[in-house]
Design a protein around this ligand. Sequence first.
Ligand code: NAD
Length: 545
Amino acid sequence: MSDNKIELTGVDRLHNPLYNHGTAFTEAERDAYKLRGLLPPRVFSAEQQAERSLANYRRKPSDLEKYIYLIGLEDRNETLFYRLVTDNLEEMMPIIYTPTVGKACQEYAHIFRRPRGLYVSANDKGRIAEVLSHWPHDDVDVIVVTDGERILGLGDLGANGMGIPVGKLSLYTACAGINPAKTLPITLDVGTENGKFLADPLYIGLPQRRLRGEVFDELIDEFMTAVYERYPNAMVQFEDFANINAFRLLHKYRNQYCTFNDDIQGTASVTLSGIYSALRLSGGKLAEQKLLFLGAGEAGIGIADLIVSAMMDEGLTEAEARQRCWFVDSRGLVESSRTDLAVHKRPYAHDFAPQKDLLAAVQALEPTGIIGVSGRGGMFTQPIVEAMAALNEQPIVFALSNPTANSECTAEEAYRWSGGRAIFASGSPFNPVNFNGKTYVPGQGNNSYIFPGVGLGVVAVKAKHVTDEMFMAAARTLASLVKEDDLAQGRVYPSLQRIREVSAAIGTAVAEIAFAKGLARIERPENLPAFIEAQMYQPVYEDTL
Ligand code: NAD
């Protein structure tokens, strides 16, 4: 494939999604690119194309069919795809990302049409650089990589996990204008433990059990080395790795390369932002909060770690800050007498009497907020929410588990059981709730508020690393964009319709940190916000003549 826009003519141009304009090629372009006869004669505008595509999309009978339609459009004409998705983001985000992308990954082998992204498999050990050299673009800004072991809440989907990096990178472009030609989705196929897939003759990955231990680590090391040899300025986002690898790999590589883990750090930032907004409503300081988490996995520990950093910024010592974050896991309160705790939970195992469950822990600890990241639906029961409302004028109740059925409680339950006093946010969207004559608009703590803007800032200044300070700045920036009107309705995040404005502001804040900490690899432009905005890809046909 050639990157030369003029050289591509005839069907080669029509079949290149980056340069294809379909029926919107003008008369002059049809002459220049030898397209006459290869397209129906009538020239359409981009608006008319988008209108036709939207109608086609809405006619699809199921969400999975809508997903397949959108991926097909992305394969044919990326500009049109991004125009459609950007203009209809609230409608299409649940299709290109959670929850539909999860369903798509489960069915990936059976809906497979043409490959997207790059597959690096266990068989490629020793030749990963060669595999990477096959990617046709020399300039890559953002890589999202998964090994498919813990896809959303769906478990091990092996090589079928490719839908995740593909979808996530679509969001980078739609939400923050990362140039799609400079994105690279990668799936590391290191096997799967999914018995159904291993037995499925149509499964697209290696039909073998997962690599573990040293061989796995060596493969990842070779992969990272090869990536940075070919793309020294790229940012690598780790996505949907299992706990056993996610924390380890983050700590191993975060100070060596430009890398982060969205499940841990992106989630942390969006949640911290929700708490900052909640404090604008309830009027406390972060350092005065006591937060109790249900679920001590990547999301929970990631959130607590960032909150600890943010509390230290307000003057607490690390030990004092940790004492304000508590966890209940499937075996009860995480406390120091327990001998069954994974390494990542131990910093939060404080000296305290064992508590068998969340209700007991709420009563004993008297937290100001509860944060549900257990992946288990219905765990914030009526007695628990009532206890929180008895302890606090405005309790923070964040039910972040996805999809909707796994939410620890519904928006309606949180408002009703707290007499309308809970400050509620969720992982999956809930409709507005009417309670006692007031309409509440629940906020959705969607990671898409954070990672695209962070990526934009990092890429724009070619930052060497992605730091916790950047995620703290992103959280503060996002909270600062919540309007008084939003807060009056109980909403702790801005409308998703403002996502490009949000991403530009976060990109600027992140770039500012990179300059302040000496992590940027470019000269500081005079007008940073204008510079960041100018980097943002717009889904419009480029005039190449
Ligand atoms: P994870 O698998 O790493 O962690 C889940 C944790 O919950 C584990 O420690 C598990 O032991 C614990 N758990 C399971 N059952 C429990 C029970 N009955 N009581 C208490 N704890 C229990 O997963 P994760 O990445 O931490 O994600 C957890 C949930 O958070 C998922 O549902 C995910 O969709 C959601 N999430 C939301 C957002 C968001 O809202 N932006 C972002 C990331 C994850």
